[in-house]
Write a protein that binds this ligand. Structure first.
Ligand SMILES: NC(=O)c1ccc[n+]([C@@H]2O[C@H](COP(=O)([O-])OP(=O)(O)OC[C@H]3O[C@@H](n4cnc5c(N)ncnc54)[C@H](O)[C@@H]3O)[C@@H](O)[C@H]2O)c1
Ligand SMILES: [Zn+2]
Ligand SMILES: [Zn+2]
Length: 402
């Protein structure tokens, strides 16, 4: 079968690989009908996350049809149409029983303290072969998939694999409640779903910060208030827009590939620029940029620094943008000074997703407008390249095998 395979930083290829099979009795095999490329995948190709094992299939977002189940998968059978959670979880450990499935004690073969196990991630997350392929082996399938009702199309369901649950989880981490004024950093597709989720959880206003015009336009279409950080200083502007108080809650939907302003009043002074350069050196020592392709973000902690500055005293910050363990700087003292609450992490997909499937099935929310590009798996590498360069309009790419 065909699959997108990680060979090295700056080196991904469409390869012919062996079909997956049932290995453990808790496995299923799924024929993929839709997969997608995520901002998380870009971190691996830009070299801003821990390295992947060469040969690992990329991708952690997919919808498909079950073709086989192991003996201990009792809730699914061949022919079921499912959405696959990005993160793998066992369903039996203490964390899974609390709904904290991103910290499952069992799924990650590197042990209970190794962090989240997910498809198509670094060696430290499994590794588990990913979902940008024609078929996939799903470990702990009983907990790692959800059956889809007929009223939810594949096209709607692909964003239930990771993006909608993560946006929803981000608003929950930020403690969004009725009346809140919320800032969202990053207007990529995760930011877009953080905006939608913040409104659905009661936010009265959402202010979104990015610099990509087509993405800001998508946020505006959701009734968010937009700030372009290359034109204005988001800290000053958000202070003004909130009567000097700051926002109640912030969602960071940027992560480790954050950029600083390239010009305008928010561009860093020489000392801050030097700090950012040192961070990049620490975070992405093996980066392998090729011209304007696979370039790591030039300011890994920029979104976090702005988050601490724009939030009100006693404010809350929810971090869903991904940071690797090599990120070690954070404005801790400034956060202390303001009595902030900061929560973070990978989404608990298994427990977050079911009510969101219902929300889509009932017609209350249609995620399809956020998929801007539809590509066959044959053009997956070119699609990665365009998404990496943030070409106008390339907010979310769905990849259709076959
Ligand atoms: N926690 C989770 O479970 C989880 C799940 C999915 C994705 N993620 C993470 O969410 C983040 C966003 O994913 P995506 O697919 O939307 O990525 P993306 O790369 O498409 O979007 C990131 C956006 O951030 C913007 N940006 C860069 N620097 C900024 C800054 N300083 N301030 C404001 N905006 C800035 C970029 O212009 C871009 O539009 C990534 O870090 C991804 O790894 C986390
Ligand atoms: Zn994703
Ligand atoms: Zn578990």
């Amino acid at each position: 079968m065909k699959a997108v395979v990680w060979h090295g930083i700056g080196d991904i290829r469409l390869d012919e690989v062996a079909d997956p099979t049932i290995v453990d009795p808790t496995d299923a095999v799924v024929r993929i009908t839709r997969s997608a490329i995520c901002g998380t995948d870009l971190h691996f190709v830009r070299g801003t996350m821990a390295p992947m094992a060469e040969g690992t299939i990329l991708g952690h977002e997919a919808v498909g049809i079950v073709t086989a189940v192991g003996d201990d998968v009792r809730g699914f059978s061949a022919g079921d149409r499912v959405v696959i959670n990005s993160t793998v979880s066992c369903g039996t450990c203490r964390y899974c029983r609390q709904g904290q499935t991103a910290q499952c004690d069992v799924a990650n073969p590197n042990g209970p303290d190794a962090g989240t196990c997910f498809f198509g991630g670094p060696a430290s997350t499994g590794p588990v072969n990913g979902l940008q392929a024609e078929q996939v082996r799903v470990p702990f399938a009983q907990n790692t998939m959800h059956r889809l009702p007929d009223t939810v199309s594949d096209e709607q369901a692909i964003l239930l694999s990771d993006i909608f649950p993560t946006g929803w989880f981000g608003a929950e981490l930020a403690g969004v409640t009725r009346g809140d004024v919320v800032a969202v950093f990053g207007a990529g597709v995760v930011g877009q779903f953080a905006i939608a989720s913040a409104f659905k959880q009661g936010a009265s206003r959402v202010i979104v910060v990015d610099r990509e015009e087509t993405r800001l336009a998508q946020a505006l279409a959701q009734n968010a208030e937009i700030v372009n950080f290359d034109e204005e200083d988001p800290v000053e502007t958000i202070a003004r827009l909130t009567g000097g108080a700051g926002v109640d809650a912030v969602i960071d939907a940027v992560g480790v590939d954050a950029q600083h302003a390239s010009h305008g009043p928010a561009a860093p002074d020489p000392d801050t620029a030097a700090e950012f350069a040192a961070e990049v050196e620490q975070v992405a020592p093996d980066a392998n940029p090729q011209g304007d392709q696979w370039v790591p973000g030039n300011a890994p902690t920029q979104a976090l620094r702005w988050a601490v500055e724009v939030v009100a005293k006693y404010g809350r910050i929810g971090v869903i943008g991904v940071y690797s363990p090599t990120v070690t700087s954070f404005p801790f003292g400034e956060a202390m000074l303001k009595n902030l609450t900061i929560r973070m992490g990978n989404c608990d997909h298994h427990s977050v997703t079911p009510p969101l499937i219902d929300l889509v099935a009932s017609g209350q929310f249609d995620p399809t407008a956020f998929i801007t590009e539809h590509e066959g798996i044959g053009s997956a590498i070119e699609a990665y390249e365009a998404f990496d360069r943030r070409e106008p309009g390339w907010t979310k790419v769905e990849v259709v095998p076959g």
